[in-house]
Design a protein around this ligand. Structure first.
Ligand SMILES: Cc1ncc(COP(=O)(O)O)c(C=O)c1O
Length: 416
């Protein structure tokens, strides 16, 4: 294809498109799909562990017995049966819901898009964690939100700082449209919001009449430690909108997620979803529903947890062995990610360029998790989609690049 240096469509774009951003993970996907690159970048579920025979059996069943319905349009909010299966999934995290409170979405991602679409006018404020899910940033930017990021630590979002931010905004006459939090095995930070802070977040929402968007794709993937209650289950005042997905417990290729919310909000989300894609995939829903009918869905989750636990352990061991002592990292009790903090003077975007070119290894640079591009000395490492021996090799290669950069920095500083 001929390279185009100017964009002849420039004058046609809506103004808001100038703020649109690409997710760093999506950008990296093309480069890291190269077979010679070890990628610790993508948060990829290990789809290889899903038994091909199971998929064959459920798709065959749907094709042979329900093909007309599976190929037809369906309701915007999804099938009743899919909702009943979601009730079962959420019960596993001790969260009781009614099927009527659910809308099925096209992946968990659409839930983020719909909440932003429905609540945010240009310039409206959203509060998110610092760092936040890099894939949420393009949604927030598409709707021209002003995003305030509140730091998290090993126990999740700093509720003292969150309270301060809410007060500060209140004094300026601003009410955030929602607070976006990922309480379990945070993407990218790998941490969980402690019980104490969960109660505080819910209480803050009650006191200030705020909406919390709880995004929980990883809650079922706990390798160790105590399960913590969802914010949705702790809230008694209809302040929480809950988002989740089948992506990590079955497959992201299915592209099905869900939102749980009070009825007036569901009606608005339904309008937003009609405009976006009419309805969730009927074929995918029927496959999922058949799967729930014929198999115990928890068996597969237990199976992948074993794989992910082994990979997490392999990554932690490799980090201890190869990374410099100036680096620190989180020890996740579940999920997909380890979050690394490097000395302040290192920039992980520069490191990534070197890592890809010299060592054929990839990770997500920290700045992808901040709307303003800060967080340059962090990196997200994902252990979910890579076998243990490749994890060790990948970490060894990243460590080499880090050490070289540190040496260079010291040499330059020494020669000042
Ligand atoms: C925190 C978070 N929210 C939402 C999503 C999107 O989920 P889905 O792949 O089902 O669209 C992801 C995927 O990685 C995620 O990590």
């Amino acid at each position: 294809m001929t390279r185009i240096d100017f964009d002849k469509y420039e004058d046609f774009y809506a103004k808001r498109t100038s703020g649109m951003r690409s997710s760093v993970m999506r950008d990296l996907m093309a480069i890291t799909a190269r077979p010679d690159v070890i990628t610790l970048a993508g948060g990829l579920p290990n789809t290889e562990s899903f038994p091909a025979k199971t998929l064959a059996r459920v798709t065959h069943e749907v094709s042979m017995h329900s093909s007309a319905a599976a190929l037809q349009y369906g309701p915007t909010d999804g099938f009743e049966e899919t909702k009943r299966n979601i009730v079962k999934v959420m019960a596993e995290e001790n969260t009781v819901i009614d099927p009527e409170d659910v809308i099925i979405t096209t992946g968990g991602q659409q839930g983020i898009d719909l909440v932003t679409r429905i609540f945010v006018d240009p310039g409206d404020t959203i509060i998110a964690e610092a760092p936040t899910y890099p894939g949420a940033i393009p949604s927030f930017c598409s709707f021209e939100a002003s995003v305030i990021q509140v730091p998290l630590d090993g126990d999740g979002i700093r509720t003292d700082l969150l309270r301060g931010e809410i007060d500060r905004l209140g004094q300026a006459g601003t009410k955030p449209k929602f607070i976006y939090v990922i309480p379990n095995f945070h993407n990218p930070a790998g941490v969980c919001l402690s019980l104490e802070r969960r109660l505080e977040v819910v209480e803050l929402a009650r006191q200030h009449e705020l909406i919390i968007v709880e995004d929980n794709p990883y809650g079922q993937l706990r390798f160790e430690g105590e399960q913590l209650p969802t914010l949705y289950s702790l809230d008694k005042d209809d302040n929480v909108i809950y988002l989740s997905t089948f992506s990590k417990i079955i497959s992201p290729g299915i592209r099905l997620g869900w939102m749980v919310a009070p009825q007036p909000l569901l009606a608005k989300f339904n309008l937003g979803k009609q405009a976006a894609d009419l309805c969730p995939s009927t074929l995918a829903q029927m496959i999922v529903n058949q799967y729930f009918k014929d198999f115990r869905w928890q068996d597969y989750v237990e199976e992948v947890i074993k794989v992910y636990r082994g990979r997490r352990d392999a990554m932690l061991a490799a980090l201890t062995e190869y990374f410099p002592e100036e680096a620190s990292w989180t020890h996740p009790e579940g999920g997909f990610y380890i979050w690394v903090t490097l000395p302040e003077y290192l920039d992980t975007v520069d490191l990534l360029a070197l890592a890809l070119e010299e060592q054929k290894v990839a990770f997500v640079p920290g700045s992808g998790a901040w709307v303003d591009g800060s967080g340059a000395n962090h990196m997200r490492l994902s252990f979910s989609g890579v076998p243990e021996d490749r994890i060790e090799e990948g970490i060894k290669r990243i460590a080499k690049v880090i050490r070289e950069q540190m040496k260079l920095f010291r040499a330059l500083r020494g020669s000042e």
